[in-house]
Design a protein around this ligand. Structure first.
Ligand SMILES: NC(=O)c1ccc[n+]([C@@H]2O[C@H](COP(=O)([O-])OP(=O)(O)OC[C@H]3O[C@@H](n4cnc5c(N)ncnc54)[C@H](OP(=O)(O)O)[C@@H]3O)[C@@H](O)[C@H]2O)c1
Length: 288
């Protein structure tokens, strides 16, 4: 693995674009909180911000970015296409609306938030994903997005997508945390040169990952918090974590996990922990 020493050390995407190895998450950050939270995160050193149309906070995220005074080119901004806007024309329209809300003229990374699945769309699911991706490719070729990718796509969705894709996805953002490691999927994505981003790297709201005795024991050994152990476990797999916190002291804590290294045995032990909650959603089974 490339040596990473801080949250803004870069990893290469498969098209040569560089991405800061830790992102700041904004899911469940209400619009009236997001402006300050994002500008606080940037003031505390974060340069990679992850939002989505469905979070309802793109406008506030854009304002927080403006307030920070940091040059747009020094930030890496991701947003995602929501499920109600799949298809060629709707994707292009929704993308422009995202840019308008963020007050930006390009995105660093745009993701299809969830694959259309067979449960909802039957045999049409693959065709819908292909048409959505074709719009993403055209936006990419138009220079409006520096890299395009996926979220919550499992290997079989990617196999289907690659039947017609002309641009390979640069990223897949999936749920990865202790108790929900998605080990086989991470291996598949990395073998196909698709960078993995971990959503809910701390387990997300309501999970008990951070009070797990194994995690706490390892945290104690290194003089670190449970959150820092989770983030370290994610990044040691070459996966980009996207921790979210609206509290400044936690934003600071969530950057500080580059001064210790988990042993192979500890990595394995954490990877084998049982499910401790989280969304744990199966993309083939969701009905949103
Ligand atoms: N692509 C997708 O489908 C998808 C789905 C979900 C999330 N995401 C992205 O991934 C990001 C991260 O996921 P997430 O927000 O669900 O979960 P997360 O980052 O794993 O966990 C966030 C929760 O942990 C708390 N927390 C943060 N730092 C902490 C610390 N150091 N100690 C104790 N508690 C801490 C936060 O509370 P406070 O804020 O109160 O500190 C919040 O309740 C999202 O924000 C979003 O950008 C993507």
């Amino acid at each position: 693995m490339i040596e990473l020493n801080n949250i803004n050390d870069k990893l290469n995407l498969n098209n040569g674009v560089q991405i800061p190895c830790v992102g700041y998450g904004t899911f469940r950050t209400p619009a009236d909180v997001a402006e300050k939270a994002v500008s606080d995160a940037i003031a505390n050193g974060y340069r990679h911000i992850d939002t989505a149309a469905v979070y309802g906070n793109e406008e506030a995220v854009g304002k927080g970015i403006k307030d920070s005074g940091i040059d747009r080119k020094d930030l890496f901004v991701t947003s995602k296409l929501w499920n109600t806007n799949r298809g060629y024309d709707a994707t292009k329209k929704a993308f422009q609306e995202t840019l308008d809300r963020l007050q930006m003229d390009y995105l660093d990374l745009y993701l299809i938030h969830w694959p259309a699945n067979q449960k909802q769309f039957g045999e049409d699911a693959a065709k819908i994903n292909a048409e959505t991706w074709r719009a993403m490719e055209d936006l990419y070729h138009d220079g409006k997005i520096r890299a395009i990718g996926l979220s919550n796509f499992m290997p079989h969705h990617i196999v289907d997508l690659m039947q017609t894709a002309k641009v390979a996805p640069a990223v897949d953002q999936i749920e990865v945390h202790p108790g929900w490691p998605h080990t086989e999927e991470v291996k598949y994505l990395q073998a196909h040169n698709i960078l993995v981003e971990a959503w809910a790297p701390l387990g997300g709201q309501g999970a008990t990952v951070m009070t797990n005795p194994t995690i706490l024991q390892i945290a104690d050994k290194y003089g670190k918090s449970a959150a820092q152990v989770c983030l370290r476990w994610v990044i040691q797999q070459g996966v980009v974590p996207l921790p979210k916190s609206v509290h400044e002291e936690r934003m600071i804590q969530n950057k500080d996990f580059f001064d210790f290294e988990l042993t192979d045995e500890e990595m394995e032990k954490i990877s084998m922990l049982p499910n401790m909650g989280g969304q744990c959603a199966d993309p083939d089974d969701v009905d949103f």
